[in-house]
Write a protein that binds this ligand. Sequence first.
Ligand SMILES: Nc1ccn([C@@H]2O[C@H](COP(=O)(O)O)[C@@H](O)[C@H]2O)c(=O)n1
Length: 288
Amino acid sequence: MIPELTKSSVSMRDPKRVEQILTSMRNAGSSTLQVISDFDMTLTRFAYNGKRCPTCHNILEDSKLISEDCKDKLQNLLETYYPIEIDSTRSVEEKLPLMVKWWTEAHKLLVEQKIRKDHLVRAVKESKAMLRDGYKQFFDHLHQMSVPLLIFSAGIGDVLEEVIRHAGVFHPNVKVFSNYMDFNDSGVLRGFKGELIHIFNKREGAVLNVEHFKELQSRFNVLLLGDSLGDLNMADGVMNLQNILKIGYLNDKVDERRQSYLNTYDIILEKDETMDVPNAILLYITGQ
Ligand SMILES: Nc1ccn([C@@H]2O[C@H](COP(=O)(O)O)[C@@H](O)[C@H]2O)c(=O)n1
């Protein structure tokens, strides 16, 4: 049906069900579709030439905007909490308070650095952040077909926006839910706006943004892209949901986590740094 689904990186728990969902979504047409995607390590690459690529937080951590002492502290936090984030032996209940602690401590350290809003452009430009291969086709196709793309990220909204603006794909059909920085009148970081979004509270974030989903009521078919089990809840605010196809990038600790991803995502992409499969699926659904 879609040749890319036979790639060696692709696994499916129930290929027949995937086929049924795809047929249903294609028959309903692109006017009924919305795409909801995570950002870090889903739209961005996990690794390039064997080296880890940065998340939104890492872009700041690696930049000249942060003192060496602060870099060490943020690195310690990463080394402590990232292994917990991806630990398949711990429950979400056990991880949740630890994730809140990680995000809260990291944001406090960033605020202490008195980061200037007008320096973010340069930090992104000088960073090693990379969108996945095929990103341009993904963003441009959704734009051409007027399909809304919601990027739902526990990263930093201001940095995320700059990454996609820098790549020339921040089209008007893109909306972002994320942690946005709060700058004072002089353009200096003084905190973060609204409720904290971390990887395990995207359900609450989705429900809080009811107005967005109300506007998209007629788009009852959802293509969801994520890289963590927390991303599975990103579509919880969608109204009149009829079909949802969940694609999960499995980037790290692949053998330990394969079964839980197979149980929860419809399609999993193991160590696949491309947008080939989402792009092929979008072309199919939109009848191109
Ligand atoms: N201080 C931090 C906190 C989180 N991260 C990573 O960011 C990712 C969250 O962003 P999504 O777009 O994937 O929702 C998450 O996977 C954390 O590993 C970080 O790098 N530093």
